[in-house]
Design a protein around this ligand. Structure first.
Ligand code: SF4
Ligand code: SF4
Length: 216
């Protein structure tokens, strides 16, 4: 799931500026789960905007703000209402997806996009993946060194760990101790001593496009 956090209301208001009319697009998927872009948050933002004299000319919730076709359909009436701006309550991808359907209207994000992670329990999300494009979990006991290590080290600990805790943030376990323990528990310790290719960052040359319709 893509984890998002609400921007402070003042920051949203600063983006909206002198706009008198606003439309709001929410996201029925990750942002709803994160409580940053569902119906309840749309209504909250709508009330806050109206309290400052703005007129909200329309609201909609796309099933997934990252699905271009669905977004286009939900944005159609919002764009037709010709607001001074549109606020998109999704991840950064959803905002960009929405903006493509509104070439002449400013589209603003209401959220900060934080990371790809898992819902550990209700209302608690843990960072899990940085989309490095060349997953090394097969060599690291399914513990991600890019996201779990404060320095994103891919070749063992930095030497600063103390009692299994990270020197950068002692509240966190050292990723490489976790990797060692996991490899030991699963009988794969030999992977630590095997030669490994350098991590190539060619795989993260932005912007990336993946297509199932032939090589692009
Ligand atoms: S190694 Fe890369 S792709 Fe795999 S979980 Fe970590 S960041 Fe994500
Ligand atoms: S102590 Fe461990 S988790 Fe922290 S930066 Fe060093 S190797 Fe990474």
């Amino acid at each position: 799931m893509i984890i998002t956090q609400k921007k402070p209301l003042e920051e949203i208001m600063a983006m909206v500026g002198n706009a008198k009319t606003v439309a709001i697009l929410g996201c029925g998927s990750c942002a709803t789960a994160c409580q940053t872009g569902g119906e309840a948050q749309i209504n909250e933002l709508k009330s806050a905007l109206e309290a400052t004299g703005k007129t909200v000319v329309g609201t909609a919730v796309a099933d997934y703000c990252c699905m271009a076709l669905g977004v286009k359909g939900k944005m159609k009436p919002l764009v037709a209402a010709n607001p001074d701006c549109i606020i998109c309550m999704s991840c950064g991808d959803g905002v960009q997806c929405a903006a493509k359907t509104a070439p002449n209207i400013p589209v603003y994000p209401s959220n900060n996009t934080m990371f790809l992670g898992e819902a550990a329990r209700f209302g608690v999300w843990e960072e899990a993946c940085h989309f490095c494009g060349e997953c090394v979990l097969g060599q690291t006991g399914a513990v991600c060194p890019i996201t779990q290590c404060a320095k994103s080290l891919v070749n063992g600990p930095c030497g600063g760990q103390k009692n299994g805790k990270c020197e950068v943030n002692p509240e966190n376990d050292c990723a490489w101790i976790k990797i060692y323990n996991r490899l030991e528990a699963t009988g794969q310790l030999d992977k630590l001593t095997r030669d490994r290719d350098d991590k190539g960052y060619e795989a993260v040359a932005y912007p990336r496009v993946i297509t199932l319709r032939g090589k692009k």
